[in-house]
Write a protein that binds this ligand. Structure first.
Ligand SMILES: Cc1cc2nc3c(=O)[nH]c(=O)nc-3n(C[C@H](O)[C@H](O)[C@H](O)COP(=O)(O)OP(=O)(O)OC[C@H]3O[C@@H](n4cnc5c(N)ncnc54)[C@H](O)[C@@H]3O)c2cc1C
Length: 287
């Protein structure tokens, strides 16, 4: 299938891209890896008159440390997340989870920023970002602002980003020592989006849970933070009962769409299983 025709722009700086966005308004779309946008254009779900390609803006790529914060450029591709020694050392959840995103070809072009900005509840980075307490840096004509991942995803394909803004960086606090983590993703086959998935980040202190983040993928119109499930673990030793309670509380907030991956009951039940498995695997990594 061939997408509708469009004018192509290739700015070399974020400032130029913002200028173009302002000039072209709602007729323009940013192009990152193109692995969500181009399929939508081919299906005529999106018909932008202008594409502003971010691929020639070097400043938007790369991973660096700023003290205890890891800063990831929005145009960093999945394969670079997987290969990053900084992430393997300081935020190993991200390279591990990125291996479960799509397939090697898609991961070679698909960017973390595009995955987040697209606002697709099936994408994995939204829940990962919530579990990691990530902050998104947005730049627009009005300046720069930072928004936490928790609260950024407003609905299917809807985020808190304004039309004239660009996601430039993802800032993530590096894991403290002995942080446990896991991303459990049930999928029908390699390369598929999640039937249900759970991201868990855990820390234990003196035998009790001192930090818990649980976030869910593809079981509601947006990625979800399972705050009640986190509360079911906090301040207690981990036990069969507390893990079961957390899984039940995560299932209680699921609102999945029925599709070829399963009906609502199945997806909700699988969410409970993913949460149980992710907590158990994260806990085993806390020591
Ligand atoms: C076969 C297949 C399987 C897939 N499986 C998965 C999967 O399992 N998990 C998963 O998470 N994803 C999956 N994807 C989606 C893939 O990860 C996409 O790459 C990702 O959703 C979008 O990133 P992109 O860089 O390709 O963005 P694009 O497609 O270029 O852009 C997506 C949207 O985000 C906007 N945008 C892009 N970058 C920015 C920015 N910096 N600032 C503001 N707006 C921006 C664009 O304007 C567009 O609206 C799959 C894709 C395919 C084709």
């Amino acid at each position: 299938m061939i997408p509708p025709s469009f004018a192509y722009h290739a700015p070399r700086s974020v400032a130029d891209a913002i200028h173009l966005l302002g000039e072209l308004g709602g007729d323009a779309k940013l192009l990152a890896g193109g692995h969500s946008l181009l399929p939508m254009m081919k299906l005529r779900f999106a018909q932008p008159a202008h594409l502003i390609d971010l691929n020639r803006i070097d400043a938007l790529r790369g991973i660096r440390e700023e003290g205890d914060t890891v800063v990831i450029g929005a145009m960093t591709v999945e394969n670079d997340l997987i290969a990053s020694p900084v992430l393997q050392r300081r935020l190993p959840l991200l390279p591990e989870a990125a291996r479960h995103i799509a397939d090697p070809q898609v991961r070679n072009r698909g960017t973390i920023g595009g995955d987040i900005a697209h606002g697709d509840p099936g994408n994995d980075h939204p829940a990962l970002s919530i579990a990691l307490d990530a902050v998104f840096v947005l730049e627009g004509a009005g300046g720069t602002r930072q928004l936490p991942a928790d609260g950024f995803f407003l609905g299917t394909y809807m985020t808190a980003m304004a039309e004239d803004e660009i996601l430039v960086e993802i800032r993530v606090p590096a894991f403290a020592p002995r942080t446990g983590y896991a991303y459990e993703k049930l999928k029908r086959k390699t390369g598929d989006w999640a039937t249900a998935a759970a991201a868990v980040v855990l820390r234990m202190d003196g035998g009790t849970v001192s930090h818990a983040r649980i976030a869910l993928t593809n079981v509601a119109p947006t990625a979800l933070r399972a705050a009640d499930a986190e509360a079911a673990l906090l301040g207690k030793p981990l036990s069969e009962a507390s893990i079961a309670d957390a899984a039940a509380k995560a299932m209680a907030i699921c609102d999945p769409a029925e599709d070829l991956r399963g009906d609502r009951d199945y997806k909700t039940a699988m969410t409970g299983q993913m949460v149980r498995r992710a907590i158990a695997r994260a806990a085993a990594r806390c020591s």
